[in-house]
Design a protein around this ligand. Structure first.
Ligand SMILES: Nc1ncnc2c1ncn2[C@@H]1O[C@H](COP(=O)(O)OP(=O)(O)OP(=O)(O)O)[C@@H](O)[C@H]1O
Length: 314
């Protein structure tokens, strides 16, 4: 009798998400909170608790949140400065614009640049029961960055277990309904990459390279790391491919053309597209206005749709 009354009261606020059991003078409510973010979970718990209250009874509310099948897309490069962070930020935004609930993990301990790229500099994530809460960005992609955990300039002294611990905190944070995490890895093949592939098992990796031979050799090394660990390569993106003249718009190819596409074909991995060397990309990125967020983006959206297609098929 009481159980039915409480069930009805709880159902009115929990919309079929709750099961009520009354034992002795204890009312137990199990609430399915899967897919809700921290704020929505708190609100639901509070309203369930209020709805279930009966004088003389103790109310216990348990929230169960099945972990949504969240998939990691690692963005990697063999060496620094090839535009990996720029690509990661814009890929995440373009994926979000394409309908995936996408977040960004900035695991680049040596140069965490996502807070600047996503206009979230100076924001610190809060923790709840020692679990980090990603910070919202104005581009609809929540963010957690190594740069938010460590003081500038100190990361360089970090080694193995510390970086592994920090990476774990970022990846296993309270990502709520986010289903896709774009992970901006540091350049090269160090501790963070190893922890990433061994412990966090990305669904796949996107490799960024410039058209130069040297960068491509490095890219092959990055590809190797994922290959050996059995992490599939989603594909290669060629950045700074051709120079877009800011005056006339003409694209020239100071570093040659087609190198990355050939390298991708040789390595047997898909070629996802090229991003031109364009001063507008740099100035927009520096200003925290990623080009992928612009209505007229024709560069990052096609790359993201290939990545989304790959995720859907694999
Ligand atoms: N396609 C592009 N056109 C113009 N500038 C670019 C382009 N891609 C990246 N840049 C600029 O090049 C610089 C390096 O880019 P970014 O930080 O993304 O590289 P990275 O590979 O992540 O470097 P790091 O290894 O230092 O993290 C930045 O100033 C960025 O704005």
């Amino acid at each position: 009798m009481l159980e039915q009354e409480v069930s009805a009261a709880v159902a009115a606020v929990a919309q079929g998400r709750a099961i009520v059991r009354v034992e002795g003078n204890r009312i137990g409510v199990v609430v399915d909170a899967a897919g809700l973010d921290a704020t929505a979970r708190d609100a639901l718990e509070a309203s369930v608790r209020m709805a279930a209250a009966v004088p003389g009874y103790e109310v216990r509310v348990v929230l169960t949140a099945e972990r949504p099948a969240r998939r990691l897309v690692a963005v990697a490069s063999g060496k620094g400065g090839v535009g990996k962070s720029t690509l990661a930020a814009n890929l995440a935004i373009a994926l979000a614009r394409g309908g995936r609930r996408t977040g960004v993990v900035d695991a680049d301990i040596y140069g965490p640049s996502q807070p600047r790229l996503l206009a979230a500099e100076g924001t610190r994530p809060e923790a709840r029961d020692k679990v980090l809460l990603p910070v919202a960005t104005r581009y609809g992609v929540p963010l957690l960055s190594m740069g938010q955990l460590i003081e500038p300039g100190k990361a360089i002294a970090w080694r193995g277990p510390m970086t592994a611990g920090a990476l774990g905190q970022l990846v296993d944070a309270d990502w709520g309904a986010t289903d896709t995490l774009v992970v901006d890895l540091p350049p090269g093949t160090g501790d963070v990459q190893l922890t990433m592939v061994q412990k966090h098992r990305p669904a796949g990796a996107v490799i960024v390279s410039t058209p130069q031979d040297l960068a491509l050799i490095d890219a092959r090394r990055a590809i190797d790391l994922f290959d050996k660990a059995g992490v599939p390569i989603i594909g290669l993106v060629e950045n700074m491919a051709g120079y877009a003249c800011p005056h006339c718009g003409e694209v020239s190819d100071p570093f040659g053309r087609g190198g990355a596409e050939t390298a991708a074909a040789e390595a047997g991995i898909p070629f996802l597209g090229r991003v031109p060397l364009d001063i507008a990309i740099r100035t927009a990125s520096d200003a925290g206005e990623p080009p992928a967020a612009m209505e007229d983006d024709r560069v990052f959206a096609p790359i993201a749709s290939q990545v989304a297609g790959w995720l859907a098929a694999n």
